[in-house]
Ligand binder design. Structure first.
Ligand code: SF4
Length: 283
């Protein structure tokens, strides 16, 4: 919950509250292995129970980062990206509405920051946001949706597609099956797609994210000029150096490290010999 983070696609994280309820699905759900549960436990949050709002000192960080925005821009040549709610879902309907409106008010105020809002509950956008957001999210919001496969892409993305937004993005992580054609007949496709395999569980219990599913998405992104970011394979059991080229984990780790100073992410992240770490343009 801080100014720097291990999440490769953001500069900072901000958690307005902690806690959520898992979404179940017969095909399996990204929530099944929610990494935030363990963080919540350490903070005294029972998953599925009451959400815990973070302290005012934590909220104040947004104003501090916002004040620092001009310096950040000079130093990095772009605006600071803040991923909101890495330990929650910002459109969770069990959060007091007042908290969500407080969050939206801070986002409206902190115009030097870009806020990356990621949800699995796209159906709640209009129910949970203030009226001023209903016909479009503010210019400093990147609206994102988590999808595991085509089924969830077709279900969740159309609800985001209808909302005017500076950036619409997909977190296709943990990917469990192909996304298929990005064009699902809703007039827009995402501006940015992040892919990644499931990490943090024993390899034998983990899901497989086929390299060809990632390639298919990358190729469509390239053809449609969509920014593509492959975060990691999750574990070496997904890494193409092993499953396509027959290397051992030790050999793959030498080429595509998950530790050391040049680590590429859990299980490595190379796809066809390179890292894919593109971002959409904004503001
Ligand atoms: S929606 Fe996100 S935070 Fe909530 S249980 Fe699922 S993975 Fe965890």
């Amino acid at each position: 919950m801080g100014a720097t983070t291990g999440i490769e696609w953001t500069d900072s994280t901000f958690n307005p509250w902690v806690g959520c309820t898992k979404l179940a699905h017969p095909a399996g759900s990204a929530c099944d292995h929610c990494y935030a549960v363990a963080f919540g436990r350490r903070l005294g949050v029972q998953w599925g129970g009451d959400r815990k709002r973070t302290r005012p000192e934590n909220w104040k960080k947004l104003r501090d980062w916002n004040a620092d925005g001009p310096r950040f821009q000079r130093a990095h040549g772009r605006r600071q990206r803040v991923f909101v709610a890495s330990l929650a879902d910002w459109l969770d309907n069990q959060v007091p509405l007042e908290w969500v409106h407080d969050l939206c008010a801070e986002i409206d105020t902190c115009t030097n920051l870009d806020f990356l809002l990621l949800t699995k509950r796209t159906e709640n956008y209009r129910k949970r946001t203030p009226k001023s957001w209903h016909d479009g999210s503010p210019a400093n919001v990147w609206l994102g949706v988590t999808v595991e496969d085509r089924l969830r892409y077709k279900k969740r993305f159309p609800l985001i597609a209808r909302i005017p937004a500076a950036v619409r993005f997909l977190s296709y992580e943990p990917g469990t099956g192909p996304l298929g054609d990005l064009d699902i007949g809703v007039s827009v496709i995402p501006h940015w797609i992040i892919t990644g395999g499931l990490s943090g569980v024993a390899r034998e219990r983990s899901t497989i994210f086929p390299p060809d599913a990632v390639r298919e998405t990358r190729d469509q992104c390239q053809a449609a000029r969509v920014a593509f970011f492959h975060k990691q394979w999750g574990h070496y059991g997904n890494n193409p150096l092993i499953i396509e080229q027959g290397m051992t984990i030790a050999q793959a780790r030498e080429i595509d490290p998950d530790d050391g100073p040049n680590k590429n992410g859990k299980g490595g992240a190379l796809l066809d010999g390179r890292l894919w770490r593109d971002f959409p343009t904004s503001g």
